[in-house]
Design a protein around this ligand. Sequence first.
Ligand code: NAG
Ligand code: NAG
Ligand code: NAG
Ligand code: NAG
Ligand code: NAG
Length: 378
Amino acid sequence: MFAKIFTLLACLALVQSELIRVPLKKVKSARRATELNGKRQSLLGKYQSSAPTSANLKDAEYYGEVSFGTPPQTFRALFDTGSSDTWVISSQCYEFDCLFQSKYTAELSSTHKPNGTHIDMGYGGMESMSGFLSSDNVEVAGVTVTDQLFTEITDEMTFGDILSSLIGLSYKPVSNQVPMFMDNLFAQRTDLTPAFSFYLFKNSTGEYDGEMTIGGADPKYYKGDFKYFKVLENQPFWKLKIDKVILGSSMEVSNGSRTVVVDTGTDNMIGPTKLINKVYETIGATPVRNSNYYVFDCSKRSSLPDINFVINGQNLTLTYEDYTAEDVQSGVCQPLFDTMDEDVENNISWIFGSPFIKKFYTQFDLKNGRVGFAELAE
Ligand SMILES: *[C@@H]1O[C@H](CO)[C@@H](O)[C@H](O)[C@H]1NC(C)=O
Ligand SMILES: *[C@@H]1O[C@H](CO)[C@@H](O)[C@H](O)[C@H]1NC(C)=O
Ligand SMILES: *[C@@H]1O[C@H](CO)[C@@H](O)[C@H](O)[C@H]1NC(C)=O
Ligand SMILES: *[C@@H]1O[C@H](CO)[C@@H](O)[C@H](O)[C@H]1NC(C)=O
Ligand SMILES: *[C@@H]1O[C@H](CO)[C@@H](O)[C@H](O)[C@H]1NC(C)=O
């Protein structure tokens, strides 16, 4: 009897812990190019928008493969915790920007179901995308979600030719109230634990630069326990309350309790302009003429102070290696920060992008409404 129960429990444990691995690859150069041009608008527009927000694409960094339809049509997708829509570029996009993109062709899929509802996605009033809803099977790493509603993009902004799809992974819908991909996935695959994690390799393997793990977290990637933080309920995004931000041992660069969004679709650390300027000043970073980006003297890099983000009384610490980058070729050192005015409408002050996720293995726990951060395994 006991043996049976044990076997059963063991099986349950095994089933519970099944992990679906989605390899991620870094988008090269897109970021740097836009940064050098000082084109920060689309990034800022993501959060400072009176229109519904969605992903910023120019700064997208890590993508994985996704397939739509039967037989599968495969695309490169951004897995973005900072937005909630799922979309793919449509074969019905006749704009120049769509010419050289991979496109989804509904007619080639036996599982496609038309819907046709018009969808607009805002990009801070600067740029926008629109299209119409369709339903089809969407597959990631061998897991097929049936009847997923998504937007076929027919009018797009220019975002380069690397990504042709986006899977929004926000905690709750941000803009259009369409059932989200992960919610459908876990509803259809009840054997999987409703959580997913991002591991961004510090050193790329050449083949891959990271992994999204669906169904929980992979113990081989972290040591110690996850520190969990409850998300603010009834608010979109994976949003946490942040107590304060401390530079070095005591210099506070915060302004009362604020909120932070943990965003796999943003490649920098973003904070309120006044506060980030204070950081720049302290670390001796100066703006490059006619641009929005900052540089500092590389010889000072290793003496820069830690930054402590204090959430629920716990320090989450980035060292200079985490929050700055050195371009060895050009000998330029840059802080990995961007500024934005506080987003009053969405109640967002800070955004933790890939520098943070690179530092901590990050788990998005849908079941318990929390985000976990763990130290990386050696
Ligand atoms: C399209 O999907 C929306 C959202 O689920 C739904 O409300 C609407 O009824 C659907 N329309 C058609 C024509 O299927
Ligand atoms: C990553 O690369 C750096 C620099 O090449 C090296 O010092 C470090 O040991 C590498 N880390 C791992 C985990 O391979
Ligand atoms: C967090 O970091 C600050 C600044 O270094 C330090 O004063 C404080 O004691 C730390 N708190 C915890 C809980 O480690
Ligand atoms: C601090 O926040 C208040 C609003 O709560 C704002 O008026 C003030 O300008 C902020 N100060 C800084 C330095 O950002
Ligand atoms: C904004 O976030 C803070 C947490 O820092 C919370 O106390 C406040 O109620 C939120 N405001 C709104 C309008 O949601």
